[in-house]
Design a protein around this ligand. Structure first.
Ligand code: FMN
Length: 191
């Protein structure tokens, strides 16, 4: 009998909307390296601006779809640049929508790996810290271990993809930890 291949669905969230985004190139460079049975889809973060008056019965359809997609995926792979020493408003806005309803949001317990990028030396380390804080407050299951902060990103991209081998290997090790968290999250509690 063939051994069934476990399917793991990662949802990629890119903190940049820029057409030639380096962060998007990181997602595109990592996709072919994923283990067999792992899928990576991305969700566009062009959502309306968060408005608590619109959150409830009138929640905009794109936001509902976003929340449902997060609920359905096994884990989040967030790749983002740093803007002004923090995460871009686009990503914060999306996480704010995802964080509600309070106490029952789709991020609770959701495995999440954060990768930050920068053309500068520091690799978006400050955005990494801020994304950690936000996801912690949402009770996401943040992947721990060495943080993936990718500096000098412009030199590591070719034809719209991350190609730098040491960086790919380092990020792949973190994705392995994300996949372990995804499996553990689905595993039934021992009796
Ligand atoms: C509004 C703005 C603020 C920025 N602030 C920072 C910063 O604080 N730290 C940093 O390393 N790069 C900063 N940058 C440079 C970005 O890292 C660079 O534009 C990067 O290419 C954006 O990511 P992307 O290629 O994925 O779009 C900033 C860029 C913009 C547009």
């Amino acid at each position: 009998m063939d051994t069934p291949i476990a399917r793991t669905w990662l949802l990629g969230l890119c903190g940049s909307l820029r057409r030639e985004s380096y962060s998007r190139a990181v997602l595109d460079g990592l996709a072919p390296m994923l283990p067999v049975g792992t899928m990576l889809d991305s969700h566009d973060l062009r959502l309306p601006l968060y408005d608590e008056d619109e959150d409830g019965p009138a929640t905009p359809a794109p936001v509902r779809a976003f929340r449902e997609t997060i609920a359905a995926c096994d884990g989040l792979l967030i790749v983002t640049p740093e803007y002004n020493h923090g995460i871009p408003g686009v990503l914060k806005n999306a996480l704010d929508w995802a964080s509600r309803p309070y106490g029952a949001c789709v991020l609770i317990g959701k495995p999440a790996l954060i990768i930050t990028t920068s053309p500068g030396f520091v690799g978006g380390a400050r955005a990494q810290a801020q994304a950690n804080e936000t996801l912690l407050s949402c009770q996401a299951r943040i992947v721990t271990g060495p943080q993936v902060v990718i500096g000098n990103i412009a030199e590591k991209i070719r034809d719209g993809r991350l190609v730098d081998e040491p960086t790919l290997r380092f990020a792949a090790a973190a994705i392995d930890r994300l996949l372990v968290a995804c499996r553990e999250t689905h595993r039934p509690d021992p009796v």
